[in-house]
Design a protein around this ligand. Structure first.
Ligand code: GDP
Ligand code: MN
Length: 399
């Protein structure tokens, strides 16, 4: 789960990282009022969206009057900000963060990520701040400092000092850098984050070390034990199909194709998507309904898949090990009776009680297209979808 910059800054500040004074606003008037409260004569007004690259996309404005703040807000509020991280449709701007502007002397990049090869938290830092890490690694790879943290002991002060020295920070500022690194690491590990990124971390003319930007991502599987983090979720920034699925305990990823997939098990879901592509089609989604596919779960899955207007055929691919094909078949039949499914449905069942499952599908009288193997199922799904387009929807399940 991603959170907003202002939320990440609040969290990091609690862990001892310095951030500029700032306040959140939901309207242009509120933004200028907030600026007055903050005081000073230069502010930064920043669109709060779950994406980086806002600066280059018109989502960060340096303002020196209340008038300029309202102008910047007028441009941003209600718009869709398109950055290189949002995709073409962009992300809606409904909140802005107003901060006292900071005079920048030096900019650093600081990132904390999970390094899968060492199975450790890795700190990635560079004195080339301000640029995206992808640009830094392409243009200035030698500037990147990497350091992995031994989980049994956590980030050690000597290690943090080494990073600070490697970045060439002035000796008088090393302790502030160490405090920043320690704060980020503690926030990362105590809150089950998967990513903390500060870009830029700046040194100011008056020798402060400040996080000018902050980004945090959390492990969804650990959110249950951090309710104070879970409540920071902002559904306006998520794919509505994915948030509906997450609310129902289903694992769903929306894709761009036309063939909806309902599958039990993530590995099988991947294989199903590959096979659909191999058969010449494109999956509309990745949907893992999990091990115990009860009729209710199958119905929920159908509802979710059918809420995607791009879906023109649905492929159900179930391998029943602990589960039973007859239960799944009953679920499919029940779902098709309850949910408006007006596209061809292809079902492939394999495993425990497959014969009974097939009988239930056959007896239902529903125009379900059955398949015995995954390849056959994928070919029939692609074929049904193409036929459906050319034959005027004759294969559709009429209600
Ligand atoms: P991003 O583009 O989404 O990563 O947003 P950032 O928060 O990193 O802001 C983009 C850029 O705006 C930064 O790299 C800075 O160059 C600039 N910026 C942001 N806040 C300030 C500030 O307080 N003072 C100054 N001088 N520049 C700022
Ligand atoms: Mn940034």
């Amino acid at each position: 789960m991603d959170i907003h910059e202002y939320q990440a800054k609040t969290i990091l500040a609690d862990f001892g990282v310095s951030v500029p004074p700032g306040a959140l606003a939901y309207s242009p008037e509120q933004a200028s009022y907030r600026a007055r409260e903050l005081g000073g004569d230069r502010w930064v007004v920043k669109a709060q969206v779950h994406a980086g690259g806002r600066g280059k996309a018109g989502g960060v404005h340096l303002c020196d009057s209340e008038h300029a703040i309202e102008d910047a807000c007028d441009k941003m509020f209600g718009s869709k900000l398109v950055t290189h991280q949002t995709g073409a449709e962009g992300k809606g701007v409904y909140r802005v963060y107003v901060e006292a502007a900071v005079p920048i002397e030096q900019e650093f990049y600081l990132g904390f990520v999970m390094d899968r090869s060492t199975q450790r938290v890795m700190i990635v830092a560079s004195a080339e701040g301000g640029m995206e890490i992808e640009e830094i690694s392409a243009d200035k790879p030698d500037s990147i400092v990497r350091s992995t943290v031994e989980p049994a002991v956590g980030l050690q002060d000597f290690q943090a000092r080494e990073i600070a020295f490697a970045l060439g920070i002035a000796p008088g500022l090393v302790s502030k850098m160490v405090r920043t690194l320690q704060g980020c690491y503690r926030a990362f590990s105590e809150l089950d984050a998967t990513m903390v990124e500060i870009n830029p971390l700046v040194v100011t003319g008056d020798d402060r070390v400040i996080a000018l930007d902050a980004k945090m991502t959390f492990d969804d599987n650990a959110l249950f034990r951090h309710p104070q983090v879970a409540e920071l979720r902002d559904k306006s920034q998520e794919d509505p199909r994915e948030s509906r699925a997450a609310d129902r305990g289903l694992s769903y990823v929306g894709l761009d194709g036309n063939i909806g997939c309902i599958v039990n098990g993530a590995g099988l879901a991947m294989a199903t998507m590959d096979t659909i592509m191999l058969a010449g089609g494109e999956p509309a989604n990745f949907l893992d309904i999990g091990g115990g596919a009860t009729p209710e779960r199958v119905a929920k899955a159908f509802r979710l898949v059918m809420s995607d207007k791009n879906v023109q055929a649905v492929l159900v691919n179930i391998f029943a090990g602990i589960n039973r094909c007859d239960w799944v078949a009953e679920g499919v039949v029940q779902a098709l009776q309850e949910v408006q499914v007006d596209v061809p449905v292809i079902v492939r069942l394999a495993g425990t009680n497959v014969e009974e499952g097939q009988k239930i599908l056959a007896k239902s009288g529903l125009p379900i297209i059955r398949a015995n193997t995954l390849m056959e199922a994928a070919e029939r799904a692609v074929g049904a979808w193409q036929n459906d387009l050319s034959m005027g929807h004759q294969l559709r399940i009429a209600k």
